[in-house]
Design a protein around this ligand. Sequence first.
Ligand code: ZN
Length: 508
Amino acid sequence: MLNFPVPYDAETIYSVIARAGVNLAVLSPKQLLDDVFQDRKVVATMDLPCNLNKIAFHLQATGKFSALELIYQHTLFPLYAVFVPEYTRLKAIELMCESSGGTVHMMLGIAASNVKTDGYFRYCKSCLQSQYEHYGVAYWKREWFLPALKFCSEHGELSVMTSSFKEHRHSYFSASDLIGLSVTKDSKRGEIGQKISSKAIELLQIPPITSPSTNQWTAFYKKLASDLSYTKGKNVCHSSIYERFIASLPEASLKEWGLYEGLDSETGWLKTMFRKHRKSFSYLQHLLIWHVFLPELEVKEIIRQVCNMPLNKTKHRPVVEKNLEPSGECLEKRCEWEMIVKKLGVKGARSSNGGGALYAWLYRNDRIYFLAFNAKYKKKENGARVQKVNWKERDIKQTKRLFRLLNDSEANFPKQRMSSNWFLKQLGRDSMIYAYRDKMPLTWQFLNTFSENVVEYQLRRVAKYCAEQERKGNDIKPWKLYREAGLSDQRIRTETRAVLSGLGYIDA
Ligand SMILES: [Zn+2]
């Protein structure tokens, strides 16, 4: 896809795709999905989009924006990355590069978390205005979509639209359409929300690092309690922590964020965070504790301290792996799952009758085996598919077609520049060829040798005009030559000008 927009600072991938649709005047949402992903089933996702290899491919000419950079700089992934085990972090990255079928949200614990995202479009009017002044367009910023937090760190409460992402499942809604829109909600409150939002932005800026283990998180919060003298011997004084926490944050905000209920109970999340970590907590739970107990420290410093906590023997291994003695029920379900997968593949098995329930059960109760088996099976499937292609034969056939195109061009004189992209478009499979560049050396040799640059394109048009005039026995008139060859003083390249003046058609 040519002229794919380059992402602005903190712009979501969703927004970049929406802008691509506007720039290229693609009116049909399905057509846009086709152009961007070559897949009409992709779901337009604001927070954690997938298929990022394809976006990185459209941006490859910029020399920046690998899929990993896109994940860390233009999605909400960093809100989760350091809080989940390393194994989950890597698996989620892998899924976001390809198509995931919604697994990423499940893996990162978003569906199960108390801290929910409402799924509505949100924006900050003042930010929109300044984007418009700077760039002439508006775009969706990732920090407007923090789960539960609806604040711009600079300007206060965000405006929430009445339409949700679900209503626009396969289409991309451009932020530029918001200019001039009436606001549904805009009030001045929530200084605390603003402060937490700016902490969240610090978290979003953490670069890719290995996730701390659950043991390191446990050690970090134990040490925090002890540094603040909230311990008696080896025990943590949960009641003192609770009192300071509740006194520092407005009850209404905690309620709004879904973090108030059961806060003081024995199994409440605040106590659990100061005990041995057995599961991941949400970004907001961590940020609130840091806001109350470590107000002076920057987020990156906190993460650095956690990463420096001693790793003990379980290291980066997921905690579940230790008690891997599968029960009878577990073995039965594994067997059942493997049988369906062998027949229908992982995707087919999941949507088959009873397959969905089996999928959910294994995911919940036997995750390590389950993800490993599925990944292995998918790899095998892909391997089988890739091996079927005879690359050598394809390369030769394709190069022959390219030569035919080149020969035909003398007679039918293409109006566009015969660039590499032009040739590939004629073949009708441009993105595939880029992706398998290494496997098709002849094709690439052809493109490097025969594709036209701008000067060659200008001279081809000049030559056409001159040959025609000669055939008709006419004189060559410079003004006519310019017009017929589509040249102008602004567009003509120095090299073209030199040739024309060498031939005596124009003055040097
Ligand atoms: Zn703002």
